[in-house]
Design a protein around this ligand. Structure first.
Ligand code: ADP
Ligand code: MG
Length: 230
């Protein structure tokens, strides 16, 4: 099996608010993820889980170390290539759905395809967005606004939106953190189903042991180190 993500000796530090010293979030972290796998990252609050995911998604830059995704080294990308990577190679789902309140469910799902990197447009784009909304069980809510659907449904729209550009990797940061138990279980089932059917590699930060147990592998981040649990 090929590896889609290869991370070597990755470190991230932030300057302290007074700028006097550096706060080391994680140090020389290694992580290898096989194509099509699903991986949970667990760990205490403040251990750097979001920071790690943000660095892999190039929402933030590492301090040291290397990340390869699809054999592409992320350290050497131009600004335009970074924007293209964020838009095409990875999809993001956060704890909060971040849907545009005045756009319909269907329009929200199409938004990332309008950035100019993909080839989808017009009817093709509309059809793909509709298909994805069908995959997440929301094809009967296409014209609704985010305020007119439930919290669990909004998070499903966010998942469909994350997949519109057919990313290789889905990065999910506590995607069930704002959901009740039943919606949370449904969302994890959906992510697993999409991981299998769409062959999108799933990297999920969670503090739920139940959710982590449903991923193929689990890692624990604490004290600046990442250890494999299974
Ligand atoms: P987690 O997601 O595991 O709860 P985070 O990745 O959000 O943890 O944060 C890890 C540590 O990094 C925290 O101590 C936090 O204060 C620090 N941190 C995160 N972002 C910044 C930033 N932009 N500037 C300074 N420190 C930050
Ligand atoms: Mg976090």
């Amino acid at each position: 099996m090929k590896n889609i993500i290869e991370i070597s000796k990755l470190s991230k530090s932030f300057p302290s608010p007074d700028g006097e010293e550096m706060v080391h979030v994680f140090n020389e972290v290694d992580l290898v993820v096989e194509t099509g796998s699903s991986v949970a990252i667990v760990g205490p609050s403040g251990s750097g889980k979001s920071t790690l995911l943000n660095v892999i998604g190039l929402l933030d830059k590492p301090t040291k170390g290397s990340i390869e995704v699809n054999k592409q080294s992320l350290g050497s990308l131009s600004d335009r290539e970074v924007a293209e990577y964020r838009n095409q190679t990875v999809g993001f789902v956060f704890q909060s759905h971040h849907l545009l309140p005045s756009c319909s469910v269907l329009e929200n799902v199409m938004v990332p395809a309008l950035a100019g990197f993909g080839k989808l447009g017009g009817d093709e784009l509309r059809n793909r967005a509709t298909e994805l909304l069908k995959d997440v069980g929301l094809d009967h809510r296409l014209s609704h606004l985010p305020s007119q659907i439930s919290g669990g449904e909004r998070q499903r729209v966010a998942v469909a939106r994350a997949l519109i550009n057919n990313p290789s990797v889905l990065l999910a940061d506590e995607p069930t953190g704002a959901l009740d138990q039943s919606n949370s279980n449904n969302l994890i089932d959906l992510l697993n189903q999409l991981n299998e059917e769409k062959e999108v590699t799933l990297l999920m930060v969670t503090h739920s042991v139940d959710s982590a147990n449903q991923m193929k592998h689990a890692y624990h981040l604490s004290g600046g180190s990442l250890g494999q649990q299974r």
